[in-house]
Ligand binder design. Sequence first.
Ligand code: FE2
Length: 266
Amino acid sequence: MKQYRALLLGDVIGEDGIKYLLSVLPSLVDHYRPDLICLNAENASGGFGLTALDAKTLLDAGIDCLTSGNHIWEKKGIAELLEAEPRLLRPHNYPAGAPGRGVYCLEKAGAQWAVLNLQGREGMTPLDSPFAVADRLLADLPADSLKVLDFHAESFEEKEALGLYLDGRVSVVAGTHTHIATADERILPQGTGYLGDLGMCGPLDSVIGSDTTLCLQRCLTQMPIKLEPAHGDCRLSGALFVIGQDGRCQAIERISYWQPDPASFA
Ligand SMILES: [Fe+2]
């Protein structure tokens, strides 16, 4: 039976994160042979938001779909970019009237894929229910498409709950947003591959990707100090999901790579 391989990468952070990701990506593709590559890009440009130029750089590098979350709105021109670029998603459960969409359908490697993007509400802005919006989204998608969801959420309770709610109806539910890769991957009873958080592609010497000094000042003084991405050596985090023709996930391999030399990957 044919298998399909979806490579999902955690939030890419700042220019050093992008640079490192682009340097590792060819080795990663050689090694894992993904049919589909998705990346959360809401922190790509200066740590907050995404510019058209960075979106183009990432898509031109071979990433099939960019997902996002609560920080996607922070760069000028994002509304126009979301409307013009179908490969860039924002969480689908923003209320009606928000620009863009949270679903991208494509044909790749002989399969129909649908990449979905939703956002959690626990500890975050109270958007429309990701559960109800997922129901509506799935009702409009072909039953035999391979569905991969980036659930951008803070709460692991909400992440697991949505994973189990969608079990058997999507191939993958992978969390983003915390920038901390979790080791809770499992195949749910009805065949959905679940991972609580993909982690980040960003600077190692940092506080979840942000400059340590600025973050500590903010923690110590409780002043609203503007954070910036850290610089230096990076880690790339994500996971490969192997999916059968029936849409059931068969295997999950977490990926965490932090060697400065991408050529030593594998
Ligand atoms: Fe986020």
